[in-house]
Design a protein around this ligand. Structure first.
Ligand code: SF4
Length: 253
C-alpha cells in the first residue's frame, strides 16, 4: 500500500480499507509515504499522506521515511500524530477550488503538519486547485513556501522538481544523504521532472519506477545513472554521475 506518490498511497490504502469494510473484514493498516526524501519536503509529504488518511479514520500504524539519520524518523512521526489530534475537517473553507486553511499554531512543525494533513484530506475528498494558508505567526515568504510544498506533495500543482530518495537502509553502500542533498541543490529548477536517488541496484530501479532519471547505488561508493528503468552509465563516483545526469536532462529538455 505504500508509495512515494502521496495520492497513490492514499488511494490504494483507502480502497483496501473500503474493500475490507464491505467484506466485514478488519485488519490493521500500516501507513507510509516511501522514499519521501528529507527536510521539509519529506516531512510535508508524510504529513499529507499519513495525516489525511488518519483524518479519514483510516490507518493503525505509521512509518515516516526520511533520507536522514534514522533516529529522526520516529520523533517526527510522534509530532505528526500529536499535531493532527482533534483536528476538525467537518467545515472546510473551500472557495472556488481553493482551500483556505486558517490556523494559529506557533510551532512551525505542528502548523505545517496540520496544513498538509487537511490539504491532503480536502484534495482527496473534494479535488482542489489551490491552497491558501493563513497564520499570523509566519512571514509571507514562509507561507508561500509551505503552500508550494504542500500543493506539490498533494499533486495539486507541480511547481518544483520532484525527488524521491531511500531512507537509511543496510543495502546502501554510498553516502546517500550527502549525495541526495547535492542532487536536490543542483537539479531543483525543473518542475515536472522526477529524479530518484536510490540506495541499491536490487530494488532501486523498481522503487523509482515512475521517475524520469535516477542515481542508483552500485557498490562501494559508486552509483549508476538511470533514464527511467534503463541503466545508462557504468558505476561511477556520485559527482561524475551528476554531471552525466545533467547532460541527459539538458539534452532532453
Ligand atoms: S531501494 Fe534498496 S536501498 Fe533503497 S530502501 Fe529499497 S532496498 Fe533499501
Amino acid at each position: 500500500m505504500k508509495s512515494s506518490n502521496v495520492l497513490t498511497m492514499m488511494t490504494a490504502t483507502k480502497l483496501l480499507h473500503d474493500s475490507m469494510l464491505q467484506r466485514g473484514a478488519s485488519y490493521p493498516l500500516h501507513l507510509g509515504v516511501t522514499e519521501a526524501g528529507n527536510d521539509k519536503e519529506g516531512r510535508v509529504k508524510s504529513a499529507a499522506g499519513i495525516g489525511a488518511l488518519l483524518l479519514m479514520g483510516v490507518g493503525d500504524t505509521v512509518r515516516v521515511s526520511l533520507t536522514e539519520p534514522p533516529e529522526n524518523e520516529s520523533p517526527f512521526a510522534h509530532k505528526l500524530l500529536q499535531s493532527i489530534e482533534n483536528l476538525n475537517v467537518e467545515n472546510l473553507n473551500i472557495q472556488d477550488g481553493t482551500l483556505i486553511f486558517e490556523d494559529d499554531s506557533v510551532d512551525e512543525e505542528r502548523w505545517y503538519c496540520r496544513a498538509a494533513a487537511v490539504t491532503g484530506y480536502a484534495h482527496f475528498t473534494h479535488g482542489l486547485r489551490n491552497l491558501k494558508l493563513v497564520n499570523p505567526h509566519f512571514s509571507a515568504t514562509q507561507i508561500t513556501d509551505y503552500e508550494s510544498l504542500i500543493m506539490q506533495a498533494c499533486r495539486i500543482k507541480i511547481l518544483n522538481t520532484e525527488f524521491v530518495a531511500c531512507p537509511s537502509c543496510g543495502r546502501t553502500q554510498y553516502d546517500i544523504q550527502s549525495v541526495f542533498a547535492a542532487v536536490k541543490q543542483r537539479f531543483a529548477g525543473y518542475p515536472g521532472l522526477k529524479i530518484g536517488v536510490m540506495g541499491c541496484i536490487v530494488n532501486g530501479p523498481g522503487e523509482m519506477a515512475d521517475a524520469d532519471y535516477g542515481l542508483v547505488g552500485a557498490s562501494h561508493g559508486l552509483v549508476c545513472v538511470y533514464e527511467g528503468k534503463k541503466r545508462v552509465s557504468e558505476p561511477m563516483l556520485p559527482e561524475a554521475a551528476m554531471t552525466v545526469l545533467e547532460r541527459f536532462i539538458i539534452h532532453n529538455s
